[in-house]
Write a protein that binds this ligand. Structure first.
Ligand SMILES: Nc1ncnc2c1ncn2[C@@H]1O[C@H](COP(=O)(O)OP(=O)(O)O)[C@@H](O)[C@H]1O
Ligand SMILES: [Mg+2]
Length: 592
């Protein structure tokens, strides 16, 4: 597999966007009470940790000096109670935040799922399923990291730094200045490292998503991989992607590891300077021993959160990218949507009309150009033509999976744009070559065509398409599971089930897009009756390769070069001696 396919979006930019953060936190507004509690806890926790050095100061200056054991015991007890309270609150805070962020996550997942489900074909055309999965699973998890960590880490750490700084300056401004003198240098250094580290982490993330995309595609296409005996090659590609990820990871980590020493050095130098100056000041009586000791511990309290914050920044960037991707999807409007005054389409008869329809999947390239035709209810139309001619496109447009650029499509005289998509598609039955069965029983899968169908209706539909016989032969009959180990169905059998499903939905307009092409001739003869049953009393579009299916159509459209270039029934078209005639002769010769 060409490895470059998995490197498509390595160039994208990542920046911290306040809008994204704001939007993310807007989900917290239902949890105001919890957040307030957590913030209140935070105030208490910070208060307690701030008091501790003061207690030590008092202990040294007042009680140890005067050998006051009683005083020491009191101070010690206060410190102990303080610490127990702080410990309990820290734990509680984590529990509350985990609950809140989990609930928000659930909400976003649901929102995302519902939203993706109603997006148009166009959205799915442009995205591999693996990437969509990554959004719903992986990216949502990254939101959790932001939500929890920012409340548990970011805000408290920030508050601690500010409060400690104020205390240090109010205790002794001179010592404070000395102790923090390297802060500007550190901030500058951090900035330089951060800019570079950020770029490298960005690469790590891209490499990681390459691995995900590749794995997904490789396993989805495992049959192709194995049948071409390409396992060795794909393994090599995979190894290469892994080692690229590894290399980028190390190069990022190397930079990040510069942080610790930088902070430690600033911290160490600050402490040493405070000691040196403090001892002098103590000798001149400017400060007490207790204050010096308290000061040293405040310096520690100041520098430690700085390390946390610098780590958090990177985490934030990583996870914000995830948040942005999620919001991007949530903001994707379905291309195909109901107009404001969309009507519910009444039960239709099945007259179809294309009026000067022009359409292209991408701007400026038309797949169909000025196509017009009229079909009476109950007619069976066969579409033939070379691959890529636009047969599938025509039926996709009728189901309004895409909107046309020019012209109009009418069903029973109503423009399909004026009615709700739901009411339009409910009256259509679409079967394509790749039948999709959901995991569940055969019965469930047939019932999908009409959710409130009785078992009898299901069996009746199965009988009509001649699926009943083979279903009965299965060990569990209609309750046999599909898409799981156990019952393995052939492609043809799966297709028969899909036929029953479609028949059950009693569509007024039926579309069979190469629906029988994976059925062998023998089975096809078997389902031919089923198909005939399917076609009866409804307008049908049949796209098929086999002339046997085509011949019976009321009219045959030959699609090519952006339009319908020949039409008529089988005999008429043979007489016409055009493209259809040639197609027919070629296949006829091939068979005989
Ligand atoms: N989702 C799509 N996005 C872009 N181009 C498409 C898409 N589907 C089909 N096409 C293009 O439109 C043309 C008609 O395709 P299609 O209607 O599927 O042909 P047919 O069914 O006759 O084989 C082809 O050139 C094809 O490449
Ligand atoms: Mg097609």
């Amino acid at each position: 597999m060409p490895i470059n396919n998995f490197r498509e979006d390595e160039q994208s930019k990542e920046v911290v966007k306040m809008v994204t953060i704001k939007r993310l936190f807007s989900y917290m507004k239902d949890y105001k009470k919890d957040v307030l509690i957590v913030l209140a806890f935070m105030v208490v926790i910070i208060g307690i940790s701030i008091i501790n050095p003061i207690l030590i100061m008092i202990a040294i200056d007042k009680y140890i000096r005067n050998n006051d054991y009683k005083g020491l015991v009191i101070i010690g007890s206060i410190a102990m109670v303080n610490n127990i309270i702080a410990y309990v609150l820290v734990k509680k805070r984590i529990i509350i935040m985990s609950r809140v962020s989990n609930e928000i996550l659930m909400k976003i997942r649901q929102e995302l799922y519902q939203h993706i489900q109603q997006l148009s074909f166009n959205f799915f055309d442009n995205r591999p399923v693996g990437k969509i999965l990554a959004r719903v699973i992986g990216d949502v998890n990254s939101l959790k990291v932001i939500l929890t960590n920012s409340v548990i880490t970011l805000i408290p750490d920030f508050a601690t730094i500010i409060v400690v700084m104020i205390i240090m300056f109010s205790l002794n401004a001179k010592l404070a200045l000395v102790g923090l003198c390297l802060l500007p240098v550190l901030i500058l250094g951090m900035y330089f490292v951060e800019v570079r580290a950020h770029k490298r982490w960005q690469i790590v993330r891209k490499k990681n998503s390459n691995i995900n995309a590749f794995t997904h595609e490789d396993f989805s296409g495992i049959r192709v991989v194995q049948s071409f005996a390409a396992e060795k090659q794909t393994s090599n590609t995979f190894r290469q992607l892994l080692s690229e990820h590894q290399a980028s990871f190390f190069s990022a980590v190397k930079l990040n590891n510069l942080f610790w020493p930088m902070v430690e050095i600033s911290w160490g130098i600050g402490t040493a300077l405070v000691f040196m100056l403090g001892v002098d000041m103590r000798e001149t009586g400017e400060i007490s021993v207790g204050l010096l000791v308290a000061f040293i511990s405040y310096i520690g309290m100041f520098w430690r959160p700085i390390v946390n914050l610098s780590n958090f920044y990177n985490q934030l960037i990583t996870n914000l990218a995830g948040a942005e991707r999620i919001f991007e999807i949530l903001d994707t409007k379905p291309d195909i949507k109901d107009i404001e005054q969309a009507m519910i389409m009444p039960n239709i008869l099945g007259n179809v009309e294309f009026n000067h329809v022009t359409f292209g999947y991408v701007p400026n390239t038309h797949v169909l150009e000025n196509v017009s035709f009229k079909i009476q209810k109950g007619e069976t139309i066969a579409l033939v033509g070379p691959t890529g001619a636009g047969k599938t496109t025509i039926v996709n447009l009728l189901s309004r999976f895409y909107d046309i650029n020019e012209g109009s499509i009418l069903v029973d005289g109503m423009n399909i744009k004026d009615v709700t998509i739901e009411s339009l598609r409910q009256q259509m039955g679409i079967m394509t070559q790749d039948t999709f069965l959901f995991s569940g029983t055969i019965k469930d899968n047939i019932r999908y065509g009409k959710l409130d169908a009785t078992d009898d209706e299901i069996i009746e539909a199965a009988k009509a398409v001649h699926a009943h016989e083979f279903i009965l032969k299965l060990e569990n009959g209609y309750d046999s599971k599909v898409n799981e180990r156990g019952t393995k169905l052939s492609v043809g059998q799966r297709q028969l089930i899909a036929f029953a499903r479609t028949l059950l939905s009693k569509p007024k307009i039926l579309i069979l897009d190469e629906a029988t092409s994976s059925i062998d001739t023998h089975t096809e003869r078997l389902v031919q009756k089923g198909i005939t049953a399917l076609l009866k009393n409804r307008t049908s579009f049949v796209i098929a390769h086999r002339l046997s299916t085509i011949q019976k159509a009321d009219r045959i459209f030959v699609v090519d070069k952006g339009g319908i270039i020949e039409q008529g029934n089988h005999e008429q078209l043979l007489e016409f001696k055009g493209i259809y005639y040639n197609l027919y002769m070629a296949q006829f010769k091939a068979i005989s």
